[in-house]
Design a protein around this ligand. Structure first.
Ligand code: MG
Length: 341
């Protein structure tokens, strides 16, 4: 009888530009490439682990080494398999996501259908994606903004002391709508509200994680008074967090690497929508593998920020594309990728 065979390998993504957000700066992102083979068919997955989140190629390898997936002879038992994986050890969110994505790719390939079709979504309903402009000198910000002209939404990283300069520099180049991510960089709710009121006059659409996630009362106050939606990112990990954030934030930013993969990210987006919250689908620096997996879910998102594969120089997959600023799905089975290296 056929069984599930797991293979994994460390790989380092090279970033085109040094990436600076409010809390850190870096030029590479460590990932694990995951393959699940069953009866000659290979499903691809990926675990992307920006260092500040605490996982590493070492912790992921140790996690994978604990798994005995060969005990499963039916890959269609997705819930049973992923519940087993989730219970092996706490946390290890990205490692779990790598297995989840590979399993979805495998099952989709066995069925001969992409996941957005299996779930019943319309490929035309995908959102536009934002393109991220990191914190940098005005010259570099202008250059990056010019290069981002095909995108219909820009994402500006703020939260250091040059926020207004960042936005004003982008506005010298373009009137494209901007979303803003402070990555918990502001500390005072009154200053944050002042800032947001100014941002609202600059064509900014929403603000992600303005204050540290621990300042729950301040964030709830800010959301009540803010002219722009306030979106939780760092404050959100998994499905069990979603309902608690209602009333504190306007919406949530779901990422496969936080959510342990496609299955739970799907549940989170559905729950958030049912609670009347705004939905956003984000990413880490990832190859087209994880980005294509996330895009299968993207018709549930009001906004997408799925540009992680566009910020690297050594992608290993061909997958979904951005066409006229909008995520474009393809008809390939599974998560919609082929390996190109
Ligand atoms: Mg964010």
């Amino acid at each position: 009888m056929a069984q599930l065979n797991l293979h994994y390998k460390a790989y380092d993504l090279q970033l085109e530009h040094t990436f600076t957000v409010a809390v850190h700066s870096r030029t590479t992102t460590p990932i694990m490439l995951v393959e699940l083979e069953y009866d000659g068919i290979i499903g691809y997955g990926e675990s992307a682990m920006p260092p500040y989140l605490g996982e590493s190629q070492k912790t992921a390898s140790e996690f994978f080494a604990k798994l005995d997936l060969a005990q499963f002879s039916d890959p269609f038992r997705i819930a049973e398999i992923l519940d087993y994986v989730d219970k092996i050890a706490p946390a290890n969110y990205a490692a779990k996501a790598g297995i989840d994505i590979a399993l979805h790719d495998l099952v989709g390939k066995i069925l001969g259908k992409p996941w957005y079709k299996i779930w019943g979504y319309n490929a035309e309903d995908t959102p536009v994606t934002s393109f991220t402009i990191g914190i940098d000198t005005p010259e570099v910000v202008k250059e990056k903004t010019q290069k981002a002209s095909p995108y219909k939404m820009l994402k500006a990283k703020v939260g250091l002391d040059n926020d207004k300069e960042m936005i004003a520099t982008i506005r010298e180049v373009t009137n494209t709508p901007i979303c803003v991510d402070a990555n918990q960089g502001w500390k005072d709710k009154y200053k944050a509200l002042d800032e947001i009121e100014w941002l609202a006059t600059q064509g900014v659409v929403f603000v992600e994680q303005p204050l540290p996630k621990e300042q729950i009362d301040d964030i709830a106050w800010l959301t009540q008074h803010s002219p722009l939606p306030i979106i939780a990112d760092e404050a959100l990990q998994r499905l069990s967090d979603v309902a608690e954030l209602k009333g504190i934030y306007s919406g949530i930013n779901v990422k496969l690497m936080k959510a342990t993969g496609m299955r739970e990210a799907h549940q989170m987006l559905q729950l958030a929508k049912s609670l009347g919250m705004k939905t956003m689908l984000g990413c880490m620096t990832e190859t087209s593998c994880a980005i294509s997996a996330a895009t299968q879910l993207s018709s549930l998102a009001d906004w997408a920020d799925l540009d992680g594969n566009l910020l690297i120089t050594n992608d290993l997959f061909d997958g979904v594309k951005v066409v006229n600023g909008k995520m474009q799905l393809n008809d390939r089975a599974g998560i919609g990728v082929v390996k190109i290296q």
